[in-house]
Write a protein that binds this ligand. Structure first.
Ligand code: HEM
Length: 166
């Protein structure tokens, strides 16, 4: 598998698009800036809904209203993260494709997407679901997991630079 990824990284790094991304000085910092701005939107949107489940934010507003306000922007923002992230990979393939931290981040991202989609669907289908005393604990467990997973993605995203293969 490593030989395959090494071969693919070498091929990717030799493409003209990779050369442009590597040689035009403003491209990588611009991609990283857009990436980080999108991270801020995705992370804060998800956490606002989690804080509502803990009744630490907008406690008098139905969870469904808070979910309807904060969760929809996450999906288009994830598309921008995918595009900027992919261009960053094309620019420096080895840095991510031969880096376990990158795959940990992508695995956590899949969990975050499944969790957020479940939360969005559940909150809209049954507005007061997690406000009901009997279900409050399961809501808080889901919200805790969501916050931990999004924090994990952030850490892994930043750590890619420090764990890249030599
Ligand atoms: C949607 C798919 C995504 C892809 C393909 C992707 C890919 C990448 C890549 C290649 C880097 C550059 C790493 C480096 O060279 O140092 C990066 C950086 C980063 N990513 Fe992502 N990412 C994605 C989504 C996310 C999400 C959802 C978050 C957090 C909510 C995130 C957080 C970060 C952070 C914090 C950095 C470090 C930025 C820096 O300080 O330069 N990424 N990402």
């Amino acid at each position: 598998m490593e030989a395959l990824l090494t071969g693919f990284s070498k091929w990717l790094a030799a493409t003209s698009l990779s050369h442009i991304i590597q040689s035009v000085t403003w491209i990588i910092p611009t991609l990283q800036t857009i990436h980080i701005l999108c991270v801020a939107i995705a992370f804060s949107s998800a956490v606002m809904v989690d804080l509502r489940i803990f009744r630490l934010f907008e406690r008098d507003e139905p969870l469904s209203d808070v979910a309807r306000r904060f969760l929809p922007p996450i999906w288009p923002v994830l598309v921008i993260l995918l595009i900027t992230g992919s261009l960053l990979i094309i620019g420096e393939p080895r840095r991510s494709l031969l880096n376990t931290t990158f795959y940990l981040k992508m695995a956590l991202l899949i969990v975050a997407i499944l969790l957020t989609a479940t939360l969005q669907r559940t909150a809209l289908a049954s507005p007061g679901l997690f406000d009901d005393r009997s279900r409050r604990l399961s809501g808080q467990l889901l919200a805790t997991l969501s916050i931990l997973v999004w924090c994990g993605i952030l850490f892994a995203g930043r750590w890619i630079a420090y764990t890249q293969a030599g």
